[in-house]
Unconditional design. Structure first.
Length: 407
């Protein structure tokens, strides 16, 4: 049996209303409850997709899908070892991401919910409840991407380049399950801060239990230098007439079998293939900056990571950094198309500070915004350089083009 899209949306809304009705203890019959609720509801298409809102604004349901089509040559993977440079030789065309997003609030505007599902890989990525009644104190429970890294926290659909830098694989904390306190503390002067404090299982996305009694502890403090919280965004599509900037410091400590995380869950870096319970104590920090002004945008991260192998009694230190800038050049060049943004990034990664091993990335990208980040075409060219003491220098170029659209 086939169903059209409006029917499926009505069915989803009906299920949503019936759930709320039963939880709230409505005494009228299901038919009477359904009719009375629908008479007062409003429907529109907004910034976050299809939107259903009650007349008193106590209930909101937002539904959005996102598709990402990508072509890459000679490969879509970032090279990390000498063999990666030699083996990357396959042209790639794929649906890189296919997401369904549902969010809104229930009972009160400050009781919010959100979940996100990856259709292509059948993964439940995010599911969380947020209590945001006060600006200075909010609470979040569930699973989501931690606010440790700006690059990782920005949605893959809102990046200035086709994807994140070579640092992301080794330094991201990614999605975790737990509880977090966060908020904004500010005065009328220069004291304007955001903070995040959280405790998590520390086993990555989809992990239902920890491998031992040790938990992950996370903290971030962010100074909003000119009195505006930039959030986790990149391009200056709003064309700020006054500068807005942040400086943030984040830290994480965790003990688990894993040395890296991704949207697939816990994983391992090269050289850490053993995965015993509680084997690795990870301590890491990130110093972050961001700025937007008159179409120009800037962001940077400086990472440190310490891996303590408690089984083999070894310690490894990693570090890396990137600088990234973008510009909507029609602000200064009359002939430049208004929807076109140029962006560039330089990243450097040292996988072990005790070895002569360095990996560099230089990326140049162009974005054509049909409807902001919700509908854009991105083209980029990247160069990767690997330098080791025994092999020397190995380099590779990569071309990618991507269409990202949210509906």
């Amino acid at each position: 049996m086939k169903y059209d899209i409006p029917y499926l949306l009505r069915l989803l809304l009906l299920n949503f209303v019936f759930c709320l009705s039963s939880i709230s203890g409505f005494s009228q019959s299901a038919e009477e409850s359904n009719n009375s609720v629908f008479q007062d509801w409003r429907f529109k298409y907004g910034e976050k997709g299809f939107e259903f809102r009650s007349g008193d604004n106590n209930y909101l349901l937002q539904i959005q899908s996102r598709l990402q089509f990508r072509f890459a040559t000679p490969s879509d993977n970032d090279p990390y070892t000498f063999n990666n440079f030699s083996d990357n030789s396959n042209n790639v065309f794929k649906v890189n991401r296919s997401r369904l997003k549902v969010g809104g609030h229930a009972y009160k505007p400050w009781l919010k919910y959100y979940w996100e599902y990856e259709l292509g890989q059948s993964n439940l990525l995010d599911y969380r409840i947020m209590i945001e009644r006060w600006e200075w104190l909010n609470i979040k429970v569930g699973q989501w991407k931690l606010e440790f890294s700006r690059e990782r926290r920005i949605s893959s659909g809102a990046q200035q380049t086709v994807d994140r830098s070579i640092l992301n694989r080794s330094f991201t904390v990614d999605r975790q399950q737990g509880v977090e306190l966060y908020g904004r503390l500010r005065t009328k002067g220069a004291l304007d801060f955001n903070y995040w404090l959280g405790v998590f299982t520390g086993s990555g996305r989809g992990a239902r239990e920890n491998d031992d009694k040790n938990l992950m502890y996370f903290g971030r403090i962010q100074w909003n230098m000119f009195g505006e919280n930039l959030g986790f965004t990149s391009s200056d599509l709003g064309i700020h007439q006054k500068p807005a900037a942040i400086i943030a410091l984040a830290g994480v400590t965790n003990r688990s079998p894993y040395t890296r995380f991704s949207s697939s869950g816990g994983g391992v870096l090269e050289g850490f293939e053993e995965e015993n319970p509680g084997q690795y104590r990870i301590n890491q920090a990130n110093l972050e900056t961001a700025l937007v002004y008159k179409g120009f945008s800037w962001q940077s991260e400086l990472h440190w990571k310490n891996i303590q192998d408690r089984v083999n009694n070894q310690e490894t230190k990693l570090n890396g950094f990137y600088f990234q800038a973008g510009y909507l050049a029609h602000q200064s060049l009359a002939w430049w198309p208004e929807p076109l943004e140029i962006a560039a990034r330089y990243a450097n990664f040292t996988p072990n500070t005790l070895q002569d091993y360095y990996l560099d990335e230089i990326t140049l990208a162009f974005n054509w915004f049909f409807k902001g980040h919700r509908n854009k075409l991105t083209m980029e060219v990247s160069e990767f350089d690997l330098e080791t003491a025994d092999v020397g220098i190995k380099d590779e170029f990569r071309f990618r083009i991507q269409w990202d659209i949210s509906i």
